[in-house]
Write a protein that binds this ligand. Sequence first.
Ligand code: ZN
Ligand code: ZN
Length: 368
Amino acid sequence: MHSPQQDRLDRLRQALRHRKIDALLVSQPDNRRYLSGYTAPDHGIQETAGFLLIPASGKPVLLTDSRFTLQAEAEAPLFEVVTYTRGLLKSLDKLCRKRDLKILAFESEYFLHASYLRLEKMAARLGLELRAESDLVERMRAVKDAHELELLRQSTALNEKVFQSVYQTIEPGMSEREIALALELTMREMGAEGPSFDTIVAFGTNAARPHAVPTDRILRAGDLVLIDMGLILDGYCSDMTRTFVVGKPDQTFIERHRAVRKAMLAGIQAIRAGVTGVEVDRAARQVLADAGYGEAFGHGLGHGVGVAVHEEPRLSPRGTKQLRAGMVVTVEPGLYLADWGGIRLENMILVTEEGAEVLNRDTTSLDL
Ligand code: ZN
Ligand code: ZN
């Protein structure tokens, strides 16, 4: 049986041949993991855990340094693992000559300018043509296969389990940081690799910042609480937001919460293969505008989720690409008012030919 990596490599090679590219140098860590199975992350763009060289034909190569050689060999059996001791370029130079490569593509969205200048020098020496590519692998990643969908379902289910176990314990007197820490600790205890992004816990006016960082603010009865959290399970991310009140919600909260929920449902209803991200975004945005909160919803409606928590496609006024069956996206409308607070609701949705399937089961606060 083919491994998922084998299928992905086959598809990528086809795309390379179609574009008359001899090989693609992969430096983006999510793309690297997606294509090879090698899980080591980068600790910053200047601290890479390695590169892939995917030729249009012939065995693919994983280049890394000695810290990662054993891990690379164990996790990426389809690859020849080359350990470099004096940086990438010496080994790459050798490989390009050995494989007689004439046209080498690199990922222009994830390649430092300084590294590019060195690559350019090497290319000039070898008579190699460089090709800047931007989303060859990202485009493949956007549509999930059955195996990936199963992993995304499991990731989502575990994320909800973690949320519920901490949600039950939330009470006045706890701080934002305390709840965020409990969530991230529980994720790891329950088997996740870790959070898929820094957990957001915001009380009251702090929730007016869509990307709030948890503080020492103490929860009081009647405060609204916004929690945006996700985890990584077997390489696949989840992402969910709930906003609720500890104690009894007032009429203002209920009215605003209903507007956001209605926008969420409108967004989900607009989803099916063939529509663009712009159209889905507009459907939800219109609901909030009609309720008088057009100005209060500044960010895009959603994003793809997979090996990265933010990936293609985008559901936003700039998301002109058509959705395809098998894409998994978030729908996360919100409203943010500086002197009051914020509400955001977020679910993960599978795009199908006929419409949409919500991957979340958790209904906390959604039935207000
Ligand atoms: Zn989120
Ligand atoms: Zn999100």
